[in-house]
Ligand binder design. Sequence first.
Ligand SMILES: [Ca+2]
Ligand SMILES: [Ca+2]
Length: 222
Amino acid sequence: MKKFAPYLIGALIGAAALAVAQPPRRGGQPGIVKPEMSDIIQANIYADNWFAMYINGKLVAVDPIDFLPHNVVNVNILPEYPMTIAIIAKDNADPKTGFEYGDHVGDGGFVLKFSDGTVTDAKWKVKTIFSGPPVKNEPIPAGWFLPSFDDSKWESATEFTNERVNPKKPYYDYNFEGAKFIWSRDLDLDNTILLRTKIEKPGWKARWTTKPDLDISGAPLR
Ligand SMILES: [Ca+2]
Ligand SMILES: [Ca+2]
């Protein structure tokens, strides 16, 4: 036995060296719970004419079609509650005149439904930053899309009927049941608006225990 010992030690050292040389572990550590597709929710969004959406301070969706045709944006979201939703929505209006097509006053409209039951309604807050004609601009408040932003002085959103907004076919191809079209009080003259709401789910805890390691802070903020 004694004479084999050096070989045994050599084998052990070899095994240790092999362990050090192993590539990094793939698939995470035991005990870590990762989010799965069953944790995601679906968001259906229709804007007349364009929007960008921030959730909990992060840009998560941009309407890929500025103007026409009117389209529904359908995206997956990994929800975390409380969930602050902040939207910038724009009617098609010339920034210099407020008109569309040269001399028409166009109207806006925004509707959203998430599969967790979140819908647009008069409980949302709204602030107009561009109206006209005559054109009037207000600066976009710093940090308007952040959960910590104080929107308590903003007006409540106004609900509009489908007949008033007159959404096009894609709206009817998706589930917007229970959601209301909202805007500021003036669907015609208010052309760019900010919308905010906070969805509370008391007692909610993330099922997953992982956090992203990547940095996406380079995304545009407005
Ligand atoms: Ca308008
Ligand atoms: Ca419009």
